[in-house]
Design a protein. Structure first.
Length: 270
């Protein structure tokens, strides 16, 4: 009887040690190097690097769409990249390395466009600055002078009537149109060659796919206020602008913008 009890105790101790070792082995750190990229214009490719410590059982992809309160589990994979279909939505992403029931989270990355509040933009011959451009690092928009050659790399579009003076109608034009503009104030230089779309009926939908001369043009006339337009920059980024607040006395409009910091992604739902 005494031998049987000792044998049972040995089995229990051995099992406890096995469980303890298994739990200790099944831990690790979070994924690193998490990035987002566009895949076919409206899909999002998530890529990350395996944790420096531990081997996850799997990775869990989480997404919180703009306007929603919480993250949803979008699937579990064993690879270090995945393509997500967000159905036109933008939002925040992170990836968790899963060790048993424990999850270690990566940093959060977003596809939500950067919003810049309404800014006064003048017609080319007006007093207010007529050029507008986005910072490719922060996504914020700002106005610039079209009379300064040093701004050639900063301007993404400008406001003009293609004539001397500030009479309407106004157009949103690619910066490269400036040197030949009849307004006569833009110096020669390597101004950016960007595309401007026709007016957009649904500013929350994916922006038009870029096709030069078919969906995007050198300039677009503003026939109503407000008007929404898409801008495709020469270096592959998409922005959405709202042109409103026409002031014929000052020769100006109000421009609000939403800029997508993921290059090539046409999603600007906000």
């Amino acid at each position: 009887m005494k031998k049987a009890l000792l044998f049972t105790a040995f089995i229990l101790i051995t099992a406890a040690l096995t469980i303890s070792t298994s739990c200790e082995d099944n831990v690790g750190t979070a994924p690193t190097g998490f990035t987002l990229a566009a895949e076919n214009d409206t899909l999002v490719k998530l890529t990350w690097t395996a944790p420096t410590t531990g081997t996850p059982d799997k990775y869990v992809v989480y997404f919180k769409a703009v306007g929603t309160a919480s993250y949803t589990n979008e699937g579990e994979v064993t690879t270090t990249s995945v393509i997500h279909y967000p159905a036109g939505a933008t939002g925040d992403y992170y990836v968790a390395a899963k060790y048993g029931s424990t999850e270690e989270n990566s940093s959060v990355k977003t596809t939500i466009p950067i919003s810049t509040a309404a800014t006064t933009v003048g017609e080319l011959n007006a007093t207010d600055l007529s050029g507008y451009g986005w910072d490719m690092t922060t996504g914020t928009g700002a106005t610039y002078s079209m009379t300064t050659a040093a701004n050639v790399t900063k301007v993404d579009f400008y406001v003009t009537n293609f004539a001397v003076g500030t009479a309407t109608p106004y157009h949103i034009a690619s910066p490269d149109q400036g040197p030949t503009d009849a307004g006569g104030v833009v110096p020669t230089g390597a101004w950016r060659v960007n595309g401007i779309s026709d007016p957009i009926t649904d500013p929350q939908a994916p922006l038009p796919k870029y096709i030069s001369g078919t969906t995007y043009f050198n300039y677009t006339q503003i026939g109503a206020y407000p008007t929404y337009l898409a801008v495709k920059t020469a270096d592959g980024y998409y922005g959405l602008i709202k042109v409103d607040g026409l002031n014929t006395t000052n020769g100006s409009v109000q421009v609000s913008s939403w800029f997508q910091l993921v290059s090539g992604l046409r999603l600007t739902k906000h």
